[in-house]
Design a binder for this molecule. Structure first.
Ligand SMILES: Nc1ncnc2c1ncn2[C@@H]1O[C@H](COP(=O)(O)OP(=O)(O)OP(=O)(O)O)[C@@H](O)[C@H]1O
Length: 657
């Protein structure tokens, strides 16, 4: 049966291209070869179900990956369907080759190796990315089939002849090239297997041939030693027998055996393949720990399980975010029939969902296409919409039927939900009624709840707190007037407020320190106000040396407060935005833009300043009132703080006189 031939299609240039291809992703050959082994087993199992192949009673299907660091080889062994000579010719020499050739042809000019999702589909010939020479030894399950040996040294020629394999299945051996010895390092090889093969559907075993040999030698030595001890022990036993001790040594032997029994490196039935009704909470948590090595428990999860009109299974976890400063970084692993493809494919999974952690298995996903094609693929859009819908359903369902937990988790999940609403109109439509806000009493309210409660006092205005400490003066004023505000303390809230205002044009969001509504003050005559403002403005400007100081005179119901700062919402938002783009410095300096000094005419100190001509004391009082108002709004700059402390001491000294 010896046969020699040429790999005809563009074979002059395919190997050099394969070798150079996708430098950073060289490791995918392991996925390709292991998944071919799994496929070969799956095919045979199907034939067995159809009655076309008779399984042995103790049939144990498996794929074995063996490394030999001395020989620099990597071997993939399966006991699947195997191939006849004709099949090797057809599947390897023609189909696999033309598949690889077509793949290379399509992508060799693409500038970025990011083009193809997971670089799927390179198939068997991906072995040549790392090997100088590859051999196949295979024996088909078919009765009377002859074993085949195939080899190719990465040139354009292959050799095929009768082989000597006696057991059904296929052995593929890679003789690694100089640049790829890393793959016969146990740590590296296990790492790659872990990445791509953790959930493949056939048991996969890893063997380090060198270690195996060492162990065999040690075992042989040990058993020889044991024989000697045994003989000696028997001699002793015959003099003084102790049956209990005998029992103990038996247990140790069993434990030893258990330790030595090889364990597969993969789970062949990952949790997502089970029906949600058959999974326990503990299983979900364990799976999460296993896959994401995150020892903080997930908050909750969604098990996706869809057969029609497309096949999609998976589990999405909402991770616990420790603090608001934690960067929220999720990871969604995409699988195709339990074969890992890639992390965080944003073409398939909506971007905001990438904040979650999870696994999604979608066998129908077109993989052998470029990413830009995926983006415009109608089918991919359907998948993405389905995931969005399921996530929104889970969240809204929870809000409706399990409000207690929804509120408990809200602080953790709200950045994700808000990001989703901003990014995805469909998600926003489904979630907008389930956005809740923590109010001053610590209760959670929806926007309509808040607006309804404040209808009389602050129609369509939503007051919010971003910093409980810095804004405490205003919070207290709100409490006195029985007014409510909501907490919006996350970074995303700045953008989210704008999003809400765009969708609810009648509603205005105002930081709690931005405006003093009529609730806090008594009416003041317009002319009187003008006159007082002019007078006080001049005095304060002079005392503080702040030329652009804006002063507003009010009659606050609370006479104890002499002065306050308000910060215009619009100006503040604008400067925050500029700051975000690195265009300006902090806007909290003297006479900062948008800042107004509110002076309370009902307060004795303000009256004193008004009614006393300039003196050392009035100047000190003006300076102190200005600084106190600013201090209650934001921290002072170092030099301002120094002046404030010095002045305070001076005032105290006056008390002693
Ligand atoms: N271990 C194996 N046992 C039996 N047949 C195999 C084995 N490896 C490869 N083959 C045969 O060779 C064919 C080509 O393999 P190749 O990996 O190039 O492509 P594929 O597996 O069909 O597709 P892809 O890898 O792109 O998903 C396979 O379809 C299969 O028929």
């Amino acid at each position: 049966m010896a046969k020699q031939g040429s790999l005809s299609i563009n074979s002059e240039n395919i190997f050099p291209i394969i070798k150079k291809w996708l430098y950073s992703d060289h490791d995918i050959f392991i996925r390709e070869l292991v998944s071919n082994g799994c496929d070969a087993v799956t095919k045979l199992k199907k034939l067995a179900v159809m009655g076309e192949f008779e399984e042995a009673d103790d049939e144990k299907y498996k794929v074995e990956v063996r490394i030999n660091p001395t020989d620099k080889t990597l071997t993939f062994i399966d006991n699947g369907i195997g191939m006849t000579e004709e099949e090797v010719d057809e599947y390897i020499n023609q189909i696999a080759f033309s598949g690889a050739a077509a793949f290379m042809e399509q992508y060799k000019d693409k500038a970025s190796d990011e083009q193809i999702i997971g670089h799927f589909g390179l198939g068997f010939y991906s072995a040549f990315m790392v090997a100088d020479k590859v051999t196949i030894d295979t024996l088909s399950y078919k009765e009377g089939a002859a074993p085949v040996h195939w080899e190719c040294d990465g040139g354009t020629e292959f050799d095929m002849e009768e082989g000597d394999k006696t057991e059904r299945g296929t052995v593929i051996t890679l003789y690694l090239n100089d640049d790829s010895y890393e793959f016969c390092n146990e740590f590296r090889c296990r790492e790659v297997l872990d990445k791509y093969c953790s959930f493949m559907p056939v048991e996969i075993y890893f063997v380090n041939e060198e270690e195996e040999e060492k162990k065999a030698e040690e075992a042989a030595k040990k058993s020889a030693e044991e024989k000697v001890i045994d003989v000696e022990a028997k001699d002793a036993d015959s003099k003084d027998a102790d049956p209990e001790e005998d029992g103990d040594s038996e247990v140790t032997l069993e434990e030893d055996e258990e330790e030595d029994t090889p364990k597969p490196i993969n789970q062949i039935h990952p949790l997502w393949t089970k029906h949600p009704n058959d999974c326990t909470d503990e299983e979900y948590k364990e799976f999460y720990r296993d896959v994401f090595h995150d020892y903080k428990e997930p908050l909750f999860w969604i098990h996706l399980n869809m057969d029609y009109p497309f096949n999609l299974k998976g589990i999405l976890y909402f991770p616990k975010i420790n603090t608001k400063y934690d960067t929220i970084e999720g990871k969604i692993k995409l699988y195709n029939n339990q074969v890992f493809i890639a992390d965080n494919i944003k073409e398939v999974i909506p971007e905001y969902l990438l904040l979650l952690k999870g696994c999604i298995d979608c066998p129908d996903l077109p993989l052998n296409v470029s990413r830009s094609a995926l983006q415009n693929d109608g089918f991919v859009k359907k998948i993405s919409n389905y995931i969005t819908k399921k996530v929104a359903e889970k969240l809204s369902g929870m809000c409706k039927t399990d409000r207690e937990n929804y509120e408990k988790y809200w602080d953790d999940i709200s950045p994700f939900i808000k990001f989703g609403c901003i990014r995805d109109e469909k998600f926003n439509d489904k979630m907008k009624d389930y956005i809740i806000f923590k109010n001053m009493e610590g209760k959670y309210v929806t926007l309509p709840d808040y607006l309804e409660a404040g209808k009389e006092k602050y129609e369509n205005n939503v007051f919010y707190i971003t910093d409980e400490v810095a804004q405490s003066q205003y919070i207290n004023m709100f409490k006195e007037q029985e007014m409510d505000a909501i907490y919006l303390t996350h970074q995303i809230d700045t953008t989210f407020i704008t999003h809400l205002e765009q969708r609810n044009p009648e509603v205005k969001f105002l930081r709690i320190d931005s405006e003093l509504t009529d609730n806090f003050k008594e009416a003041i005559d317009e002319n009187e106000e003008k006159e007082l403002t002019e007078k006080l403005s001049e005095k304060f400007k002079k005392a503080t040396g702040v030329e652009n100081l804006i002063v507003k005179v009010e009659k606050l119901k609370n006479a104890d407060t002499p002065s306050m700062i308000t910060v215009s919402e619009q100006t503040r938002r604008m400067s925050e935005m500029m700051e975000m783009y690195g265009m300006s410095n902090s806007s909290t300096g003297l006479g900062a833009e948008g800042e107004t000094l509110v002076l309370n005419m009902n307060n004795d100190l303000v009256q004193y300043v008004l009614n006393n001509d300039e003196s050392e004391n009035t100047t000190t009082i003006c300076q102190q009132l200005y600084d106190l108002a600013r201090l209650a709004n934001h921290p002072l700059k170092p030099e301002e703080m120094t002046a404030f402390v010095a002045r305070s001491n001076k005032i105290l000294a006056i008390l002693t006189k």
